[in-house]
Design a protein around this ligand. Structure first.
Ligand code: HEC
Ligand code: HEC
Length: 447
C-alpha cells in the first residue's frame, strides 16, 4: 500500500486522456495512418512497413497508483526544462502514433512500439520505412523512463536524447534531418496550433521531442501478481513462482545483474552493461572491432546509431560507444517486467521463448569468449528449476497484460515442448571452463 495516496498525476493524466479523446473525436490531429502519402507502389512494388497500430486503451497514460510503483522516483524523472502537463502529454501521444513524422508518412513510433504488445513489436528485429529490417530488437518502452541510458548500448543518455535518432535513421522513419520532420509536422495547422498552445512558441525540434517524451514518461507498468505478493498477498503468485523467485536470487544468479541491489523488486535491472554471450559465437568480433575503429569517429553518435541499426557492427554493443575492450558485445541489462509479453528475446531477438533464455544461461553460453561477464557460468539448473524461474518471470506481467500473458505463456510452453535449441544439459552440469585471455596482440585498441 502507498503512503502517498493522492498524487496529482493520475488526475493530470486523466485530464490528458480526456483531452486526447476529444481531440481525436474532432479529427483535427487524427493520424493519417497508412495515408495518401504512402509511397506509391512502383513497377516493382516497394516493400511496406507493418501498419501503424491504433491508439487503443493500452496507449493511454498510466496511473501512478499501481501496486509496486516507485511514486517519488517517477515524479522526479522529468527534467526541469520538460515538466509534464496534460496538454503536452496528449500532444506527445498523438505524435507517437503519427506516421507523418516519417519521411513517406508510413511509420510512427508505435509501428515498433505497439501498446498492445507492451510497446514492443513481437519481431526478432524491427522493420521500418520501405520494409527495411534493422539489426536490433525493439525493447519495451514501459518503464524506460527509469533507464540510466537509452538503447541496448546506452548511446543516448536521456529519453530526450533518444527520440531524435529513430526519426532520422534511414531504416526506421527515414527523415533526412529532425528539421525535415519539424517542417513536415509544422505544415499541419492543427499541430501548429497545438505547439503554440502547449509551448507558447512555434514548433521546433527540441519541443517536438519534449512532447513525445512527456508521453513516454507516463508509460509506467507495475501492478503485477508479483507486486501483490511483495505487498503481502501470499496467494498472489503460486508455489512454482515463489520457488522461482528464490532460485532467481540464489543458484541462478539472475539477481547479479537484474537487480540494482540484492532482491530489488522495482526495476529488475542494474542499469549496467554486460557481455552475456548473445550471438557472439556467430561473429568474429576482433575484425569487427577493428572495422568500427576505422569507420567510426569516436563520439559520433549519429554514426553509432547507423552502425547499431544498419550494420554488422551492431553486435559490438557498448564498445561502439565507449571503445573499451571490456565493452565488446556488452549490452544493457533489460528490465524483466512484462518480459512474458515482449518475446522474442535479447538485443537481436534471437531467442523465441523464456525456456530458450533459461537454457542459454544454464549452460553459460559464450564461455570461449574472453569478454564474457564473470557471472555467466554453468548453473546446473534442473528442468523443474527452469520451469519455476519461468513461472516467476511470468508473474512480472502487469495487470493490463494479464490476458495477453496467459495466451503467450501457453504459446511459449507449447513451443518449448517441441523445440529447445539452446538446451545443453551436459554443459549446464559441467565445470566452469577457464576463461581465455583477450587476444590483445591482434586487437590494437586505442584508449
Ligand atoms: C522501425 C522501428 C522503430 C521505430 C519507428 C521507433 N523505434 Fe524506438 N526502438 C527501436 C529499436 C530496434 C530499438 C533498439 C535499438 C538499439 O538499442 O540500438 C529502439 C529503442 C528505443 C528506446 C530505448 C529503450 C531502451 O530501453 O533502451 C526508446 C526510448 C525508443 N526506442 C523510443 C522511440 C520513439 C519515441 C520513437 C518515435 C520517435 C521510436 N522509438 C521509433 C525500433 C523503433
Ligand atoms: C551478467 C549479468 C546477467 C545475468 C547474471 C543475467 N542476466 Fe539476463 N540479461 C543481462 C543482459 C546484459 C541482457 C541483455 C543482453 C542482450 O540482449 O544481449 C539480459 C537479458 C535478459 C532477458 C531478455 C530481455 C529482453 O527484453 O529481451 C531475459 C528474459 C533475462 N535476461 C533473464 C535472466 C534470467 C532469468 C537470469 C538468471 C537465470 C539472468 N537473466 C541472468 C544480464 C544478465
Amino acid at each position: 500500500m502507498f503512503s502517498l495516496t493522492r498524487s496529482r498525476w493520475p488526475i493530470l493524466w486523466l485530464a490528458a486522456a480526456v483531452a486526447a479523446l476529444l481531440c481525436a473525436g474532432g479529427g483535427g490531429l487524427g493520424a493519417a495512418a497508412g495515408g495518401s502519402e504512402a509511397a506509391a507502389p512502383g513497377p516493382q512494388a516497394v516493400a511496406q512497413p507493418p501498419p501503424v497500430p491504433a491508439a487503443g486503451p493500452l496507449a493511454r497514460p498510466r496511473s501512478l497508483q499501481q501496486v509496486g510503483a516507485p511514486v517519488l522516483q517517477t515524479l522526479a524523472e522529468a527534467p526541469p526544462d520538460n515538466p509534464p502537463t496534460p496538454e503536452k502529454i496528449a500532444l506527445g501521444e498523438k505524435l507517437f502514433f503519427e506516421p507523418r513524422l516519417s519521411a513517406d508518412g508510413t511509420v510512427a513510433c508505435a509501428t515498433c512500439h505497439n501498446p498492445d504488445r507492451a510497446f514492443a513489436d513481437g519481431r526478432p528485429t524491427s522493420v521500418g520505412i520501405k520494409g527495411r529490417e534493422g539489426q536490433r530488437n525493439a525493447p519495451t518502452l514501459l518503464n524506460a523512463l527509469y533507464n540510466k541510458a537509452q538503447f541496448w548500448d546506452g548511446r543516448a543518455k536521456t529519453l530526450e536524447d533518444q527520440a531524435g535518432f529513430p526519426i532520422v535513421n534511414s531504416s526506421e522513419m527515414g527523415q533526412p534531418s529532425l528539421d525535415a520532420a519539424v517542417a513536415r509536422i509544422g505544415a499541419i495547422p492543427e499541430y501548429q496550433q497545438a505547439f503554440q498552445h502547449v509551448f507558447g512558441r512555434a514548433l521546433n525540434g527540441p519541443d517536438l521531442v519534449r512532447a513525445i517524451v512527456s508521453y513516454e514518461r507516463t508509460l509506467i507498468s507495475f501492478d503485477s501478481p508479483f507486486d501483490h505478493f511483495i505487498a503481502g498477498d501470499q496467494k498472489a503468485i503460486d508455489a512454482a513462482a515463489q520457488r522461482g523467485w528464490e532460485i532467481f536470487n540464489t543458484r541462478a544468479r539472475c539477481n547479479r545483474c537484474h537487480a540494482a541491489v540484492n532482491r530489488d523488486v522495482t526495476y529488475f535491472t542494474d542499469f549496467d552493461f554486460h557481455n552475456i554471450g548473445i550471438g557472439i559465437i556467430r561473429h568474429h568480433v576482433v575484425p569487427l572491432a577493428r572495422k568500427a575503429e576505422r569507420l567510426l569517429e569516436k563520439g559520433d553518435l549519429p554514426a553509432v546509431d547507423r552502425a547499431a541499426i544498419q550494420s554488422d557492427l551492431s553486435v559490438l554493443g557498448r564498445f561502439l560507444v565507449t571503445r573499451k575492450e571490456a565493452d565488446i558485445a556488452a549490452f544493457k541489462t533489460s528490465t524483466l517486467r512484462n518480459i512474458l509479453v515482449t518475446a522474442p528475446y535479447f538485443h537481436d531477438g534471437s531467442q523465441a521463448t523464456l525456456w530458450d533464455v533459461m537454457d542459454h544461461y544454464n549452460k553459460g553460453d559464450g564461455l570461449k569468449n574472453p569478454w564474457l561477464d564473470e557471472d555467466i557460468q554453468p548453473l546446473a539448473l534442473t528442468e523443474q528449476d527452469i520451469d519455476d524461474v519461468v513461472a516467476f518471470l511470468a508473474s512480472l506481467t502487469s495487470a493490463a497484460y494479464q490476458e495477453l500473458g496467459a495466451r503467450e505463456l501457453e504459446r511459449q510452453r507449447a513451443l518449448s515442448k517441441i523445440s529447445r535449441p539452446q538446451r545443453d544439459t551436459a554443459r549446464a552440469f559441467g565445470p566452469k571452463p577457464p576463461r581465455p585471455k583477450p587476444p590483445r596482440p591482434d586487437l590494437s585498441l586505442r584508449n
